[in-house]
Ligand binder design. Structure first.
Ligand code: FAD
Ligand code: HEM
Length: 392
């Protein structure tokens, strides 16, 4: 329990975090990634270069400081952090590293006049409280995965058993445990963490599970990113029989149980988590509208699979929209907008909507759903990178 005095001091730093939180977390990462090489492989360097991860951490710390009196009002933030941490195997022994670098960054960025001993002491206690909360919640998830049939703790060696091109830029990899055992089920929409070595450097990334659970293999479907370290390696260097380490499935972008009609709206490679979701809707006979936006026919993946499933599901409908005209028939040309979604989504707006794709796409979809009257609590989205605000 934090003392009332510690809480007051932390709350008093909220205005500083609002204006200078990102400078603080940038400095923090600068210190930690330079001085603690053992945690470097967990972090995606592109998220450092773009500033997305320092921004996500700054927002996390700010929300924590704002809600320090009532941590139960922090909303989904803690769960999101826990799932991301677990998927990349953050461990309890790494928390003191983050804590000491954060306190050092507070001292160095704010200077001795503001970062007095009392401020540092209050933030040290506040950090410890949050660390204990996260460590406890993360252990619960690790333990649950280990106790599930086909589950495991830590890294498990898998091998690539099949590779299938799905479009000119997306390739699926089918992964089977090297120990020959079963794999735990996952909730449609969840992702795994992978660990591998590229050019002598250990790297970790997340990929959504793109095929329904089958008990024996997982499938990921990877878009080649120009200049991307891992996606190019998975496309070009990782052949059949190659080894790759997986951390158990995680993530909260999953279908809420219920009977409301579903809208699954994806842009580009964001289609991957919506595929097991569509399959689950089919099995549950739940009404579903599947909408996919792609730049053109050449990059439009999984069209045949979706068409086949929808043809077998009387309660499912699908719509495709390409930005550029091509030879294959589509339902519209252009980008995601209110007019298109108004035409395609059920007229009764009481639906559960799941959308995923590039952030500007998600912002457009969120805005459109709002205009159409879909209740905000029934909108769900996820980032293929650090969480951020969706500017609508
Ligand atoms: C929950 C979740 C699910 C995901 N699911 C999928 C999925 O199903 N399919 C999928 O394809 N992806 C998915 N991703 C994204 C995936 O994790 C990777 O981010 C993506 O494959 C790019 O990784 P990369 O190593 O190829 O590129 P990176 O090396 O991370 O590079 C990304 C971009 O940044 C640039 N860059 C890299 N390093 C620097 C630097 N130091 N300075 C400046 N620029 C730099 C690169 O040129 C490139 O353009 C998911 C992500 C999350 C968080
Ligand atoms: C109280 C302490 C911590 C807080 C408040 C915190 C907060 C966060 C937040 C807000 C995110 C972004 C989540 C998202 O994108 O949805 C994140 C991601 C992450 N955190 Fe933490 N974290 C803490 C401790 C740690 C520790 C101890 C480690 C291990 C070294 C760690 C490693 C990571 C990694 C690897 C990511 C993903 C980074 C990426 O995408 O490149 N965190 N954390």
């Amino acid at each position: 329990m934090l003392s009332a005095q510690h809480r007051d001091i932390v709350k008093a730093t909220v205005p500083l975090l609002e204006t200078g939180g990102e400078a603080l977390t940038r400095h923090f990462y600068g210190i930690m990634l330079a001085e603690y090489p053992e945690v470097r492989p967990l972090f995606n360097q592109a998220h450092q270069a773009s500033g997305a991860q320092p921004r996500a951490l700054a927002n996390g710390i700010l929300q924590y400081a704002r809600h320090i009196d009532r941590l139960d009002t922090l909303g989904p933030l803690v769960g999101q952090i826990v799932q991301k941490h677990v998927s990349l195997q953050v461990l309890p022994e790494q928390y003191p590293i983050v804590g000491s670098c954060l306190l050092r960054a507070i001292r160095e960025v704010l200077g001795p006049d503001i970062a007095t001993d009392a401020v540092i002491e209050a933030w040290a206690a506040a950090y410890q409280q949050l660390a204990d909360l996260l460590i406890g919640a993360e252990e619960d998830v690790y333990a649950a995965a280990a106790a599930t049939p086909g589950g495991w703790r830590g890294a498990r060696r898998f091998e690539v058993v099949r590779k299938v091109p799905e479009s000119v830029e997306i390739t699926s990899l089918y992964l089977r445990p090297a120990d020959g055992g079963a794999v735990m089920p996952f909730k449609p929409g969840q992702y795994i963490g992978i660990r591998l070595t590229v050019d002598g450097q250990e790297v970790r990334r997340n990929y959504s599970l793109s095929a329904p659970p089958n008990g024996s293999t997982y499938r990921i479907s990877v878009k080649r990113e120009p200049g991307g370290v891992v996606s190019n390696h998975l496309h070009d260097a990782l052949g059949i029989g190659a080894a790759i380490d997986l951390f158990p499935p995680a993530g909260e972008f999953v279908l809420a149980p219920g009977e409301r009609p579903l809208a699954l709206i994806s842009g580009g490679v964001g289609i991957t988590p919506t595929l097991p979701m569509l399959h689950a809707a089919h099995e549950q006979r739940r009404p579903v509208t599947f909408v996919h936006f792609a730049r053109n026919a050449a990059v439009h993946a999984f069209r045949d699979w979706v068409d086949d499933l929808v043809a077998r599901s009387p309660q499912a409908r699908r719509f495709y929209c390409h930005e550029q005209a091509g030879t294959l028939p589509v339902d519209a040309h252009g980008r995601a907008c209110t007019d298109l979604l108004a035409r395609w989504l059920p007229q009764a707006r009481d639906m559960d909507a799941y959308f995923i794709g590039p952030p500007p796409f998600m912002a457009a979809v969120k805005r459109a759903l709002g205009e159409l009257g879909v209740p905000p609590a029934q909108m769900h989205w996820e980032f293929f990178g650090p969480a951020a605000a969706l500017e609508t």
